[in-house]
Design a protein around this ligand. Structure first.
Ligand code: BG6
Length: 292
């Protein structure tokens, strides 16, 4: 089955799936199965943030949209030369199926194509599939299957960049009272007291043992973005702040970083997932916007 709303485009040696259906527009890079763009047609402002300096190059992750984290979170536990947040976001995937749903949304199914490099970095046999539904909401479901004869452990998630009016204008709700690890403060454990607000400095916290949905309230844009999660027990909230943004090199023009926040539905650190031989596990996220 093929979606009538799907076009495949090529640029700089990479392929992109372009969807323009009655409900939304989206772009998915086959490298990394990366949704670099999605916008429901009903919204006034963009929903995902994409850096004006994002690099669309072989082997590089795109700064913005929805990068996939898999099979480790942050640095590789023993080898710093391996890609941060795992290789899933920088290697080739293939389109398995595209389909138009009755409600006007488009469903895409993608499968990772393990390269020689991947086989070197992981000793076990696995398969990885991503199902994306592009409509009024954006849903992503990542399924890992263990094809090995022994259990293995993964981190995983969706490192989503949201477009906001300004980092100091927003509030994030849903993580009140959650236990967290503060990466900026030497991985110190703490408890989130209240609704999250930002001062403009670097903020990098992993909220643990928490499957709550999150809400990004943006008064200036008169809207709330909802991030629903399934089978995700950690949430990462990240903004780089001025100094880190400057050093990163692909965060866009001066001050552009202020117009994004990452709210990441993940399983990381003590919420890593064990997958037993022959079994599969799916982590999901669904993003929707409500304007008022
Ligand atoms: C977040 C991490 O998930 O991703 C941060 O918690 C990290 O520590 C950020 O800086 C961006 O990572 P990267 O590899 O995309 O630059």
């Amino acid at each position: 089955m093929t979606s009538k709303y799907l076009k495949i485009e090529e640029s700089n040696g990479l392929q992109y799936l372009k969807i323009d259906n009655p409900l939304a527009e989206a772009t998915v890079s086959l490298q990394g199965a990366h949704v670099s763009w999605w916008r429901p047609k009903s919204t006034t402002e963009d929903v995902l943030w994409l850096s004006t300096d994002a690099r669309f190059e072989k082997g590089r992750s795109i700064r913005g949209g929805v990068p996939i984290i898999w099979p480790w979170f942050g640095q590789h536990p023993t080898d710093n030369s391996y890609c941060i947040h795992g290789f899933a976001r920088v290697i080739p995937w293939e389109l398995v199926k595209s389909e138009d749903l009755r409600n006007g949304a488009t469903k895409l199914a993608l499968r990772m194509v393990p390269t020689q490099e991947v086989k070197k970095q992981l000793s076990y046999d696995f398969s990885l599939e991503l199902v994306i539904i592009i409509g009024e909401s954006l849903s992503t479901n990542l399924t890992t299957t263990n094809n090995a004869s022994f259990p293995f452990v993964i981190s995983e998630g969706f490192h989503t960049y949201f477009y906001i009016s300004d980092i100091e204008n927003i509030k994030i709700k849903g993580l009140e009272s959650a236990v967290l690890t503060d990466k900026v403060n030497n991985f110190k454990k703490d408890i989130e007291g209240d609704v999250i607000t930002f001062s403009g400095s670097e903020f990098d916290k992993v909220y643990l043992n928490n499957s709550n949905d999150c809400f990004i309230e943006d008064e200036k844009f008169n809207r709330v973005i909802t991030v629903k999660k399934s089978n995700s027990n950690s949430t990462v909230i990240w903004t780089p702040g001025e100094n880190k943004a400057k050093k990163m090199g692909d965060m866009g023009a001066k001050g552009e970083w202020r117009r994004m926040v990452c709210v990441e539905a993940v399983n990381a650190l003590e919420n890593n997932v064990v997958i037993y031989p022959g079994k599969s596990h799916t982590i999901g996220s669904e993003i929707a916007v409500q304007e008022y």
